[in-house]
Design a protein around this ligand. Structure first.
Ligand code: ADP
Ligand code: ZN
Ligand code: ZN
Length: 805
């Protein structure tokens, strides 16, 4: 077993396979699947992942591994397998998949050190280790990296739980340390000692008894002093006697460390909740893999079902992953999990620094926690005995990664659920059509929660037709109804959330008089305005026409492209209601770390009357004093050139409406729109998912979109437009001639954003029901363009696009 199979860190087609390397004799037993190594590769030295160890190779002259970076595998067998699967599914590179599973601290070269965590065991360790840790509990990796013998001893002690390897992320400032006291005697030794100590040493006795009573071997000095209200002198005396040792120890950079989480108890479940949880508990108990759709309106008690399912999993000694969308990873959400499970919860989200993220990951890796609550990438948490995976708000598009590997967390969750034979629970009030269709077919089990807790009804929703407002001479961005209600809340000292939906590029053309939107005759998708050419274009099929000056429907000349910013809204409120205190949340005001949280806390404390923001305020927020929610323009997302635009609009409006009236005070919602008759708007205002589902399924079927067809999107980009068009044309032709006749290949068409950073972008969309060979055709294409892709040409393939940009 002296050959290692290594995936090297060169994300490219021709290097996307395992290369064979010789394992130097000294490293036998140390090099194992899942460790990282440094290997010579051409003239360079590269990092790589060992994916297998074998006894022979077909290659004659093998080069040897030059350095070992890990003593223990950082990817276990399951994750190595999963990495391969993700690579295959997303047509990514293996190295990219492996790196996607690990915290950033492990990707780059950070300083590493070896730490003795049980100093009292040192005397039983080999002399080489005793020498190594003579001076300090931590020694830098440099002391051992060329010493395979030492590495083996360390590997053994890692196995015994006495030593560990840490990555030191020198982010801002130094790592945090505190003074820790270690108790060096066995219990018997200590008891004998107590008997022989003189009565003057009462304080010292207390300290020894403290360790004995609590059955602990170490304690922070400050904790000991506080608990015994003692001074430094007895501690010093015991250190001098060799009974205690004091060392500096790193403390975790726990972002929630300063917060107290009030512990909560499981609530008695309602009948609906009980019915929903029984099948989940059954799967947990019998180690059965099943995907559930917990379909419940906002406030119907889904989270309580998650919490009690997790409790069962923990009782079995297993672990749980909970995914929540990035933007709803609010302190409120974290509190609910920490409140129930305390310090056994790790939290992973993008607001953490590299060091903090690594600390949280390490708690999982070391099995110091058994619940992780996190955004998308937490689905890769290195738990080895998973008992449940929960995806809250499963319809959220942030579960799809928009760079390589372009995976969807839901697919990964189901893969891991099947590996671990455990349930996967998808929760949503507005599931994606794909998920709901699977539940209806019986592929997932549907668990409905139809009622809101505490008999709270859904808030009343008013739809305001902004075309009417215009006709009546109101050119402001506020309808008279919304303005009245705003004033009313200001007087009553209640709070308002104002929501401006401004995702994407507001470049669709709409008539302000009748709400008519210019759409593609072939695709039923709004056309995108290209200012420079004065054209509107379809980004799916390439159809284009000149910009109209008059509305084709009502002949009005109030037809124009759309867009409003949060800043503009803030200014307008300032003019109309100068006394109102506003908190604005958008990318500009929340780019600094922690600002998101700060703004929300300020709003929660009543420091503002109005919270104004983009979709980042749509979810998870739960403020008792919010009694009015206003949506300024419901239409902006409706007309994005995306077949999911109606679905996204429905989901968002439903979410936003759910923000009002969650507590004692009843809530109201005002939705302003130019297309009140659109089924997304109308059905969202009635909280009617079922009818929306049926309507939208009809449209998807008619236009051959998911869940009836699969969609793959190929985007080509290059600085020269002729090149882009030619390549996209060739790709389309190649696919058309190879794929089945039922498959639809659209394009070449310019991408909705046709040029980014001086690179032109074209796309080709494949819609298919069954193409078992598709992935291999696409790989052939990538192979064909490989040389050019090392220069200016870029080709990206998305096997399940959520952004058609
Ligand atoms: P969802 O996750 O579906 O939006 P939540 O779990 O947040 O709903 O529940 C809404 C509110 O109802 C929360 O304040 C929660 O504490 C409360 N709640 C949930 N289940 C129960 C229960 N069985 N008994 C009493 N209150 C409950
Ligand atoms: Zn079209
Ligand atoms: Zn019109």
């Amino acid at each position: 077993m002296n050959i290692a199979k290594v995936i090297v860190d060169v994300p490219a087609r021709q290097t996307d396979r395992a290369f064979d390397y010789l394992i130097p004799e000294d490293y036998y037993g140390l090099v194992q699947p899942g460790v990282r190594v440094i290997v010579p590769f051409g003239p360079r030295s590269l990092q790589g992942f060992v994916v297998g160890v074998e006894s022979s190779s077909n290659v004659e002259k093998l080069k040897a591994i030059t350095q070992l970076l890990d003593i223990e595998p950082i990817l276990n067998e399951e994750l190595l397998q999963l990495g391969k699967w993700v690579t295959e599914q997303t047509l990514s590179y293996q190295i990219s998949s492996f790196q996607a599973m690990l915290p950033a601290a492990l990707k780059a070269k950070y300083e590493k050190e070896v730490e003795l965590i049980k100093p009292e065991q040192l005397s039983f360790m080999p002399v080489t280790l005793q020498k190594l840790f003579q001076q300090s509990l931590t020694v830098s990796w440099g002391n051992i990296e060329n010493e395979p013998g030492l590495m083996k001893s360390i590997q053994k002690e890692i196995g015994n739980g006495n030593v560990e390897v840490n990555y030191v992320v020198k982010a801002r400032g130094k790592k945090k340390t505190h003074k820790v006291l270690f108790f060096n005697s066995t219990n018997e030794e200590a008891r004998t000692l107590l008997d022989t100590m003189s009565s003057q040493a009462a304080r010292q006795k207390e300290v020894i008894e403290f360790f004995l009573d609590k059955q602990i071997k170490e304690v922070p000095r400050i904790t000991l002093k506080n608990e015994l209200s003692t001074t430094d002198s007895p501690i010093k005396a015991l250190i001098e006697k060799g009974i205690l040792t004091e060392k500096d120890k790193e403390i975790y950079r726990d972002p929630h460390a300063n917060r107290e989480f009030k512990r909560t108890q499981p609530l008695p479940l309602t009948e609906e909740q009980s019915n929903a949880i029984i099948p989940i508990l059954h799967s947990i108990e019998h180690n059965q893999h099943q995907t559930y759709l917990l379909y419940g309106v906002t406030g119907s008690g889904k989270t309580e079902v998650y919490l009690q399912s997790i409790e069962e999993v923990l009782k079995k000694g297993q672990q749980a992953i909970v995914l929540v969308p990035e933007i709803s990873l609010t302190p409120q959400m974290v509190e609910r999990f920490k409140g129930r499970f305390g310090s056994s919860v790790a939290v992973l989200h993008s607001g953490l620094s590299i060091g903090e993220k690594y600390d949280e990951w390490r708690k999982i890796y070391r099995k110091e926690v058994n619940v992780v609550v996190g955004a998308r990438s937490a689905v890769f948490a290195p738990f080895e005995n998973l008992g449940i995976i929960i995806i809250d708000e499963e319809h959220e598009s942030s579960y799809k990664q928009e760079e390589n590997p372009r995976y969807h967390a839901r697919d990964v969750a189901i893969y891991r659920g099947s590996f671990h034979q455990c349930p996967v629970v998808l929760g949503s009030a507005t599931p994606t059509l794909e998920t709901f269709a699977r539940a209806k077919k019986g592929l997932y089990e549907l668990l409905p929660l139809s009622k809101r807790m505490h008999d709270k009804g859904m808030p009343a929703v008013d739809i305001v037709d902004m075309r009417e407002e215009l006709r009546e001479g109101n050119r402001s961005m506020f309808s008279s109804l919304l303005f009245e209600k705003l004033q009313d809340r200001l007087e009553k000292k209640e709070q308002t959330v104002l929501f401006l939906n401004r995702r994407g590029y507001s470049t669709f053309i709409m008539c302000r008089d009748c709400g008519f939107v210019v759409t593609c005759p072939e695709c039923d998708i709004s056309l995108t305005y290209h200012r420079s050419q004065q054209l509107v274009k379809c980004h799916y099929c390439g159809y284009e026409e000149p910009v109209v000056k008059q509305c084709p429907s009502c002949q009005s000349d109030h037809i124009r492209f759309f867009g409003t910013g949060t800043q503009k809204v803030e200014e307008e409120i300032g003019k109309l209601l100068p006394e109102a205190r506003i908190i604005r949340m958008d990318v500009d005001t929340t780019s600094r770390k922690g600002s998101h949280e700060k703004l929300l806390t300020a709003f929660g404390e009543g420091k503002a009357d109005i919270l104004l923001g983009t979709q980042m305020i749509a979810k998870g927020l739960d403020f008792p004093r919010v009694t009015l929610v206003g949506v300024l323009t419901a239409d902006t997302m409706l007309h994005l050139p995306d077949f999911r635009s109606s679905e996204k609009t429905f989901q968002l409006l439903t979410q936003v409406s759910g923000r009002a009236g969650r507590h004692e005070l009843p809530g109201e919602v005002v939705i302003q729109t130019y297309t009140p008759e659109h089924y997304s708007v109308e059905l969202a205002s009635q909280h009617n998912y079922q009818d929306f589902y049926l309507r939208e399924m009809g449209i998807r079927k008619l236009h051959q979109y998911p869940p009836f067809f699969y969609v793959t999107l190929i985007t080509v980009s290059h600085p020269e437009i002729t090149k882009v068009v030619a390549v996209t044309e060739k790709i389309s032709t190649y696919l058309r001639s190879n794929l089945s006749s039922q498959t639809i290949v659209l394009g070449p068409a310019a991408s909705p954003i046709p040029r980014i950073k001086n690179r032109y972008r074209y796309q080709c969309m494949i819609k298919y029901k069954d193409e078992p060979q598709l992935r291999s055709y696409l790989k052939d294409l990538m192979d064909h363009y490989q040389k050019e892709m090392q220069q200016e040409l870029q080709i990206t393939i998305d096997m399940n696009p959520y952004m058609i940009m």
